[in-house]
Design a protein around this ligand. Structure first.
Ligand code: HEC
Ligand code: HEC
Ligand code: HEC
Ligand code: HEC
Length: 170
């Protein structure tokens, strides 16, 4: 009996991991309706450089950097796109509407949103976290803001997060 319950516990643990791992990327358009007027998270993000990060890879400046590294098209090469687009590199099965054009999107910083975006969950912080919501810290920013970036000039978390600050819709 005891052995059986241990086996059951292990199976439940594995199952819950599988379920959590299946949170899908829904794209910023699925956050917009609730994060527009109140808190303005969406418009603040949409006006930020993060929202334009994919477009940046099509500029003259990007082509010049890429050429020096022997990269033909920075907007398709993993060496560039991996930091410039949330949708790039995610498993196709986990893509529920995010496009590469939206650049560094909400779900890079807050986690894939399919499970936490329901209104009842959004209003309950603990339920959000259980369903995959991330409250990002400096560690997350440093995944991209580091010397691997060809244009890196240093990163100050306090100044940088003030530049992108957006609020709770409450
Ligand atoms: C149906 C409306 C709705 C949708 C859709 C929605 N949100 Fe929210 N969200 C809210 C509300 C309302 C709150 C404020 C909850 C509170 O504090 O009472 C919130 C809070 C949050 C918070 C702070 C949560 C916390 O507890 O720290 C984050 C981050 C967030 N939303 C991100 C997102 C992202 C990213 C998406 C899209 C993937 C999204 N939301 C989609 C309504 C929504
Ligand atoms: C997935 C990679 C990625 C992550 C994670 C990331 N960023 Fe960025 N960030 C970028 C890219 C790429 C740009 C440049 C976009 C452009 O100019 O097109 C950028 C630009 C910025 C800028 C504008 C810089 C300027 O000179 O005005 C600020 C501020 C910033 N990020 C802050 C943050 C903060 C704070 C975090 C963590 C909460 C963070 N970023 C996480 C990739 C990322
Ligand atoms: C490790 C993550 C990372 C990689 C890889 C990366 N970038 Fe970026 N990129 C960033 C970040 C973060 C910024 C914001 C400025 C900074 O800190 O470098 C940025 C900014 C830029 C900018 C805007 C520069 C400016 O001064 O406004 C261009 C252009 C650019 N990247 C092109 C490229 C190209 C081309 C590649 C591939 C050869 C590339 N990036 C690879 C993270 C990355
Ligand atoms: C580059 C990373 C980054 C991106 C992109 C981003 N956020 Fe945030 N977000 C943060 C950080 C950092 C905080 C402040 C962390 C905290 O207070 O928990 C924050 C806070 C929030 C909050 C308020 C939480 C609170 O408790 O006050 C909401 C709501 C939110 N984000 C929604 C969004 C939505 C919606 C999008 C896309 C339209 C988005 N964020 C895009 C990094 C990001």
């Amino acid at each position: 009996m005891k052995k059986l319950s241990i086996v059951m516990a292990c199976m439940l643990f594995l199952l819950s991991n599988v379920l959590l791992a299946q949170n899908k990327y829904v794209g910023a358009k699925n956050c917009k309706m609730c994060h527009m007027a109140k808190g303005k998270a969406y418009p603040v993000w949409a006006a930020s450089k993060h929202a334009k990060a994919f477009e940046t890879l099509k500029t003259e400046a990007a082509l010049k950097i890429a050429k020096e590294k022997g990269i033909a098209d920075p907007s398709t090469d993993a060496k560039c796109v991996k930091c410039h687009s949330t949708a790039f590199g995610i498993d196709a099965k986990l893509n529920a509407g995010i496009t590469k054009e939206e650049g560094v999107s909400c779900e890079t910083c807050h986690g894939a949103g399919s499970a936490y975006k329901a209104p009842a969950i959004m209003r309950n912080h603990d339920a959000c976290v259980t369903n995959g919501l991330i409250n990002p810290t400096e560690k997350l920013c440093l995944k991209c803001h580091n010397s691997e970036s060809p244009t890196f000039k240093g990163f100050n978390f306090a100044t940088a997060s003030a530049k992108i600050a957006h609020k709770n819709p409450k």
